[in-house]
Design a protein around this ligand. Structure first.
Ligand SMILES: [Zn+2]
Ligand SMILES: [Zn+2]
Length: 412
C-alpha cells in the first residue's frame, strides 16, 4: 500500500509544472538555464536537482549529482539519471525535451591531435583543452541585455564580446576573485554580493589584434547559435571554419606552446601572430628547431630519432581534424617543410642529414596516412627497410627520407 501511494505521489510530482518557465536561449549553457529555473521559481538548487532526477529508482536518488557536475560530459555513462531527468524537467517547463537536450554538453568520440578528448554542444566539437570548466569570464553588457551565460564564454579562444567590443571580465571588481557562475550558483551576483551587470568594461583598442579577437569571438558565437561550424573568409589561410580554427588552437597550445602555463593575454597574442602569419610563422619555428637540434646532435643523424629533434611534432599534428593531407593543413605543411629541407640538405656537404633521422612505426604511419599495421605490412613486403631489428612501436626504425619518398610518390 505504502509503495502504491509512493508511486502515485512520484507520478504526480513529476507532472507538476513550474510556475515560472524561463525562455531557453539558443546559445545558453545548461547550467545557466537550470540556475534561472531555480532562481525564478525560488527552488533551492539541491531540491531542484532532486526533482530533476526524481523519476528514477529511489535507490539512485542517493547518487544525484551535484549541480557543478550535472552537465552530461561529467558522466561516464550515457544512460544515467541526468539524461532521463532532463526529459522530466522539460515537461515541467512545458517545452520539448529536444530543445533542452540541445544545450547539453556531452563527451564526443572525436579525438584531436595525440588522443586529446573533446566535447560536443549541438553539432560543434570543442576540444577539452580549450574548454573553460571552472573560471568563466562574462560580458557585463550582455548580462545587462539578457541575464544568462553564453556558451562561447566557456571557449578559451573567446577573449572579448563581439557585440559590445569589450574584453570579457575575468575577475570581480570588488573582491577580485575569479568569476565562476557554476560554483557561486548565480549568474550575475558574485559571492561578495557585487552585481557584475554594474561592472565597468574595458573597450578594445582599434588595431589589427583587436580585429582578430573580435572575428574569433564572432565566429565562435555565430557557430554556437546555429549549431554549425561556420566559415569565415578572414581565416581562409588556415582552413576557414570554426572547426579548423579550433584544430589550429589545439596544435598551438599543445605543441608550439608545449602546454606551458603562460599568462592568457600573452598566449592569445602568440596565437594571433602564429595564425595571421601562417605558414611562414610555422616554417620559421620548424627551421629554428631543426637548427638547434642538429647543433646539439649527440649521435649521427642515422642513429637519431626524429622525435629527439622535433619532439612530438608528428603525433601532435594527427587528427586535425583527420590525417588526410587535403584536410589536415598542419600535417601537410610539416610534410612540405620536411621535403624542402631534405632537398636543401642534398645539395649541402654536411654528413648529418635530415633525411637520415629515424621515424617510429607510428610516425611513419602518420606521414604515409595509413595504419600502423599497414606500415608493418609494407615492411614485411620489403617496401620499407629497417635501420635495425628492434621492432617496438616506440623505437625509431625508418629513415625519414625513405618514408617521405614513398609518401611524395602519392602512395596510399
Ligand atoms: Zn557583450
Ligand atoms: Zn566579488
Amino acid at each position: 500500500m505504502v509503495r502504491v501511494v509512493y508511486q502515485w505521489l512520484k507520478v504526480m510530482l513529476n507532472q507538476l509544472a513550474f510556475l515560472s518557465k524561463p525562455k531557453l536561449n539558443s546559445d545558453e549553457t545548461l547550467e545557466s538555464y537550470i540556475l534561472r529555473v531555480s532562481i525564478s521559481n525560488a527552488i533551492p538548487m539541491q531540491q531542484l536537482m532532486q526533482l530533476i532526477c526524481f523519476d528514477n529508482q529511489e535507490e539512485i536518488v542517493g547518487s544525484i549529482p551535484a549541480f557543478e557536475y550535472f552537465n552530461l560530459f561529467h558522466s561516464k555513462t550515457v544512460n544515467d539519471n541526468r539524461y532521463n531527468g532532463l526529459t522530466s524537467l522539460s515537461h515541467r517547463l512545458g517545452m520539448n525535451s529536444r530543445s533542452l537536450r540541445a544545450v547539453v554538453i556531452q563527451r564526443s568520440s572525436k579525438k584531436y591531435s595525440n588522443n586529446l578528448a573533446s566535447l560536443s554542444y549541438k553539432r560543434i566539437n570543442i576540444p577539452l583543452l580549450l574548454f573553460r570548466k571552472k573560471l568563466i569570464p562574462v560580458c557585463p553588457r550582455c548580462l545587462n541585455d539578457s541575464e544568462y551565460i553564453r556558451l562561447s564564454w566557456h571557449i578559451d579562444l573567446v577573449k572579448c564580446c563581439n557585440e559590445h567590443k569589450n574584453y570579457l571580465l575575468h575577475y570581480c571588481p570588488q573582491c577580485k576573485s575569479g568569476l565562476s557562475y557554476i560554483s557561486r550558483q548565480n549568474i550575475s551576483l558574485c559571492s561578495c554580493g557585487y552585481d557584475l551587470k554594474n561592472a565597468a568594461i574595458t573597450s578594445l583598442p582599434s588595431n589589427d589584434y583587436s580585429d582578430f579577437l573580435l572575428r574569433i569571438s564572432s565566429l565562435v558565437s555565430s557557430s554556437i547559435k546555429s549549431g554549425k561550424s561556420l566559415p569565415n573568409k578572414y581565416f581562409s589561410s588556415v582552413g576557414g571554419d570554426l572547426h579548423r580554427i579550433l584544430s589550429f588552437a589545439v596544435f598551438f597550445y599543445s605543441y608550439i606552446n608545449e602546454k606551458k602555463h603562460v599568462e592568457e593575454d600573452r598566449l592569445a597574442k602568440f596565437f594571433y601572430y602564429f595564425i595571421t602569419d601562417w605558414p611562414e610563422s610555422f616554417k620559421r619555428y620548424l627551421s629554428e628547431r631543426k637548427k638547434k637540434g642538429f647543433v646539439h646532435l649527440i649521435k649521427c643523424s642515422n642513429k637519431t630519432g626524429f622525435n629527439e629533434i622535433f619532439g612530438t611534432l608528428l603525433l601532435d599534428a594527427q587528427n586535425l581534424p583527420d590525417n588526410s593531407i587535403g584536410n589536415n593543413i598542419i600535417l601537410s605543411e610539416i610534410l612540405s617543410f620536411l621535403s624542402e629541407e631534405i632537398e636543401k640538405d642534398r645539395q649541402g656537404k654536411g654528413r648529418n642529414k635530415l633525411s637520415n633521422l629515424l621515424l617510429t612505426r607510428q610516425e611513419a604511419a602518420i606521414v604515409l596516412g595509413v595504419s600502423i599495421n599497414y606500415v608493418s605490412k609494407l615492411t614485411a613486403e620489403g617496401y620499407l627497410s629497417l635501420a635495425h631489428k628492434k621492432l617496438e612501436a616506440y623505437i625509431p626504425i625508418y629513415s625519414l627520407g625513405e618514408v617521405l619518398a614513398i609518401s611524395n610518390g602519392n602512395f596510399r
